[in-house]
Design a protein around this ligand. Structure first.
Ligand SMILES: [Zn+2]
Length: 370
């Protein structure tokens, strides 16, 4: 059913098109053509910074629930200089850049699945394809997606690395923050006692707040520190950028409170000012065992001879925003591996199996009650 060489060719064509975040125009036009050839109505939703693809094919079976298929078009970095090889049953990067299987393998799997559905004339419900942009820059595309154009309430997101078989059914809330410590500048040699060293205050904050893995569902990290301008100036301003994540909103609230309070106390001790800005990047979701959509997708896996493994992740994806917007979304591991590195690869067998799961899921929708 799945045409192996055609699938590989589609994937290769996709990775040859450079599409770093916010520069998805060329790849979106290529994909739009592919979707149109599968009888989809295709809309390019321009939101100023970039664009999303929203495509729809009406179902043969009008009563079936609509299924949304999602992946993102951007790669984490520029792949202008991409070099790749196909050997030992895998497609891998052999140059300095990522391969871009994150997330072009997902796009190739969706396109091949749609071709197979069309060629075999299989019964299907309405299918909506949503391909986003700038996912790697903080889910920008999906946050700007025009949800009023979607009728589906169930989505498969093909954007998780690892072997085919893993289903991501939970992801954390992610909050980032910027702390600005304002001390006082002074000549470091002539009158240092007049200054308040913001770097030292910030350092004490960094070493005293909770960090790393807090518990099995909660993490914290300071990722950026910057401040100071010369060795002979007591530095007046230092900025810390950090984040906290948790699957549990109460734990997250407590952890965040502790970190911010601790920082306030330390700043106060040195008579420094502290300003904290926080931003919710995305909110958590959790799909419970026993959910009817999850059950149906697990059955699709078993139909393909693959045992589904339910997992939670510490990272975010378009699935967080879909779930927040009332669309039940499960993020599937589609086979891509060592993503965000020049070692990135995908096994051809996984490229195929990921496609088969999408086909099986589409075929499950007619007759489904969700
Ligand atoms: Zn991705």
């Amino acid at each position: 059913m799945v045409k192996r060489q055609r699938l590989i060719n589609t994937f290769i064509e996709l990775i040859k098109i450079n599409s770093p975040s916010f520069r998805e125009r060329e790849i979106s036009e290529f994909i739009a053509q592919q979707l149109k050839s599968c009888s989809f109505d295709v809309l390019l939703q321009d939101y100023g910074q970039s664009l999303n693809i929203i495509a729809r094919k009406e179902g043969v079976d009008k009563g079936a629930p609509t299924l949304i298929l999602n992946a993102h078009m951007d790669t984490v970095e520029d792949t202008e200089k991409i070099e790749f090889a196909i050997s030992d049953g895998r497609i891998r990067s052999i140059g300095p850049t990522v391969l871009g299987s994150d997330d072009k393998s997902g796009i190739a799997q969706i396109i091949e699945a749609l071709r197979v559905i069309q060629e075999t004339g299989a019964a299907h419900g309405t299918i909506e394809v949503v391909l986003t942009s700038a996912e790697e820059k903080g889910l920008v595309g999906v946050k700007n997606l025009d949800f009023s154009l979607l009728q589906g309430r169930h989505a498969l997101v093909l954007d998780s690395s690892g072997p085919v078989g893993n289903l991501i059914v939970g992801a954390p809330t992610h909050i980032t923050y910027t702390m600005t410590v304002t001390g006082k500048a002074a000549h470091a040699g002539i009158e240092p006692e007049r200054g308040i060293n913001s770097i030292r205050v910030a350092s004490e904050i960094v070493t005293n707040i909770a960090d790393g893995r807090i518990d099995d569902s909660t993490t914290a990290n300071i990722g950026i520190i910057s401040g100071g301008s010369a060795t002979n100036i007591v530095p007046p301003k230092t900025t810390l950028k950090g984040e906290v994540r948790s699957h549990n909103s109460e734990k997250l609230r407590i952890l965040k409170g502790e970190i911010f309070n601790q920082a306030e106390l330390i700043a106060k001790k040195y008579s420094a000012l502290l300003n904290i800005q926080e931003n919710i990047e995305y909110e958590s979701f959790s799909i419970k065992e026993g959910d009817s959509f999850l059950g149906l997708i697990c059955e699709a896996y078993r139909n393909c001879g693959i045992t589904p493994q339910l997992c939670i992740t510490g990272g975010g994806s378009d699935a967080n925003i879909f779930n927040k917007r009332g669309i039940k979304a499960i993020n599937l591991s589609n086979g891509m591996q060592a993503v965000h590195s020049s070692e990135e690869f995908i096994l051809i067998e996984d490229l195929l199996r990921g496609t088969e799961i999408v086909i099986a899921a589409i075929k499950k929708m007619p007759g489904a009650v969700l």
